[in-house]
Design a protein around this ligand. Structure first.
Ligand SMILES: [Zn+2]
Length: 197
């Protein structure tokens, strides 16, 4: 049975497997209720699947499982995305830094509630702004697979020859200004971050 009755059109939103539809990731570096934006879906909780002649969806009527189809062959099973799923135990959300951090440490060391936002605000659609001192924009762009960041500035400072954190310009305003470009206000910066790809 094809899913015509679901009126999926040319694309379907599917639950991101990396974060189970929560938009968040909690690893061993996140402590005390801290979660980071999932770098597979950039916090959306879903990925978009384009549907066409060779890539359709079929449903297992008995089990309610949806499959991707390639030329008549079932290639994968997916779950359709409805809304962001809640994740137990999360209190704060930020962008990943690759370091072991807790909200308490961050607030004590210069991060504010724009950098580390409450989980409730995340659920309302707000996005954190990375705390400059804990991240390099080239590092962020790499981990979120954002190719729109012009990293030519890196050649001037570290040349990608060492760890991002060893760069003498790590977390500088100059680098972040390059990342944000024309985005100056918090809202514009949030939009720039949301559109990373
Ligand atoms: Zn995800």
């Amino acid at each position: 049975m094809y899913l015509k009755e679901l009126k999926l059109g040319n694309e379907a939103k599917c639950i991101c497997d990396a974060c189970n539809g929560t938009g968040l990731y909690v690893g061993f570096t996140e402590r005390n209720g801290l979660a980071v934006i999932c770098n597979a879906c950039n916090g959306k909780g879903y990925y978009t699947l384009e549907l066409n002649e060779s890539r359709q969806l079929v449903q297992d009527e008995k089990n309610g499982v949806v499959y991707k189809v390639n030329d008549g062959i079932i290639t994968d099973r997916i779950r359709l995305f409805d809304k962001l799923q809640r994740r137990d135990g999360v209190k704060y959300v930020m962008y990943g830094t690759g370091r072991v951090l807790s909200p308490e440490y961050l607030f004590e060391h210069g991060a504010n509630e724009i950098n580390v936002i409450s989980y409730n605000n995340f659920l309302k659609g707000e996005f954190p702004i990375p705390a400059m001192q804990y991240t390099c924009p080239a590092e962020l762009a790499q981990s979120y697979e954002d190719s729109s960041f012009d990293d030519s500035i890196c050649m001037k400072f570290c040349g990608f020859n060492s760890l991002f954190s060893d760069c003498k310009n790590y977390g500088s305003e100059e680098c972040w200004n390059k990342f944000y470009g024309n985005a100056k206000t918090i809202k514009e910066k949030q939009k720039r971050l949301k559109n990373m790809k």
